[in-house]
Design a protein around this ligand. Structure first.
Ligand code: FE2
Ligand code: FE2
Length: 184
């Protein structure tokens, strides 16, 4: 018997499950990152994005509804890997001046992953003739992009925190060439 052809609609549904898994994982990770962050502004940014992520999960549930499917998550190995790296930074740089820079970098890796997923899903939703789904995905894509930009700004201020720490701790002087934290 011939295999049933897999169509773009199948791929869309599969990818939706992937990003649904990812958002739920991120929703659990953001409070940990907020707790770990040393800068008040960075903490606030993570808390703000946790709130946005709750709304993004609701939007994905809306897209499942448009498809006539139940919300379902499928393990996303990419987000597992990205968040694992973030967890390593939290452990390895705990209490260190470079911690926040590492947290920003980890968070931007997450945002870039999300931006690629939402851009793809939005385009597929348009091609599949689901403008309402496309609008929901576009709304989230905008939030992810705004978060990424905010993190790029914060990347600069956390470098300043490290510079101040260096002034207070002469041992740190000289061994921290300025690095670029973000290509965002
Ligand atoms: Fe998100
Ligand atoms: Fe995000």
């Amino acid at each position: 018997m011939a295999k049933k052809p897999k169509l773009l609609s199948n791929l869309f549904h599969d990818t939706l499950k992937d990003v649904y898994f990812a958002e739920n994982k991120i929703f659990k990770t953001l409070p940990k990152m907020a707790k770990a962050a040393q800068s008040k502004d960075l903490k606030a940014a993570f808390i703000k994005h946790e709130r946005e992520t709750r709304g993004q999960i609701k939007r994905l549930q809306g897209v499942f509804k448009i498809l006539g499917k139940k919300p379902q998550a499928k393990t996303c190995e990419a987000i597992m890997g990205i968040t694992k790296e973030g967890a390593e930074i939290m452990t390895d740089f705990k209490g260190m001046p470079a911690l926040d820079a590492g947290l920003v970098a980890a968070a931007q890796a997450v945002e870039h992953y999300e931006m690629s997923r939402y851009g793809t899903l939005r385009t597929w939703a348009e091609e599949l003739g689901m403008p309402d789904a496309a609008a929901l995905l576009e709304a989230t894509l905008k939030e992810e992009k705004a978060t990424d930009s905010a993190l790029t700004m914060l990347a600069k201020s956390v470098v300043n925190i490290e510079a101040e720490a260096a002034i207070n701790n002469p041992n740190m002087r000289g061994d921290h060439p300025h690095m670029s934290l973000s290509q965002g």
